[in-house]
Design a protein around this ligand. Sequence first.
Ligand SMILES: [Fe+2]
Length: 284
Amino acid sequence: MLRVTPLAKDFCAEIGGVDFNAPLNRSVVIDLRDALDTYSVLVIRDQPMDDDQQVVFSKYFGRPEVGKGANPAAGSPFSRQSNLDIKTGEIIQANDRRMLYQKGNMLWHMDSSFKVDSSLCSILTAREVPPEGGNTEFASTRFAYESLSKLQRTAIAELEVEHDIRRSRELTGYIYEPETAKNFIVARHKLVRTNPSTGRKSLLIGVHACGIVGWSNEKSRELLDDLLARAEQSVFSHQWRNNDIVIWDNQAVVHRATPYDASRYRRLMQRTTISLDGIWPSLS
Ligand SMILES: [Fe+2]
């Protein structure tokens, strides 16, 4: 039976009680999905998982995206978060473009919000983590929405927001090759999203959110920054241990990486990102 231990009220829970590498029965999967809908961030401790096992586990949540773009794992179901060269396993120099690219992850964001099909959730497994630093922080955009007055909620109810990955990279000084940059699109989403299971509403914001459709840059930025500041009132910081798994709802939380000494410590995390191009897969 799945054990769910809340870490805060309605936000973040530690789960356990089952071997997540074994085939999961229907009731466990339903409980797992319910826990994600309720708590937005789920932490599993002491569950080693290799790539194949992670793909099997990920499919209980939906379809894993195939990575594209600048990530070294592009073309596979993984997005690799690491300071280790994918071929040699050696630490990458600090001034390498690959390290600069990862700096964008230190800004509050939702994975894949810049895609037409945004993401339901991400699953990140810790294969090798530094002894200090490198936490991942989460902030609830559901709480941000719920902090708004009735009038404010009505005012934003129908807004559409544009998301563009180039914004986060530009802010950290990463310049795309022109050939790569021209392939990106600006994705439009409803700013307010309703969880179909719980009926609770959340906001699609974060650093990729570059504007409100039909609004000036200045007015858009003012609203988006205010909403993000509201989310930041509820930060949960996860301190990683080897063999941790964290699952988060990309429709209800923003997250960011925090620094660690990347010239000294090795770090390897593997992320699968579940697409929102459908509802939960059938459990038959
Ligand atoms: Fe991320």
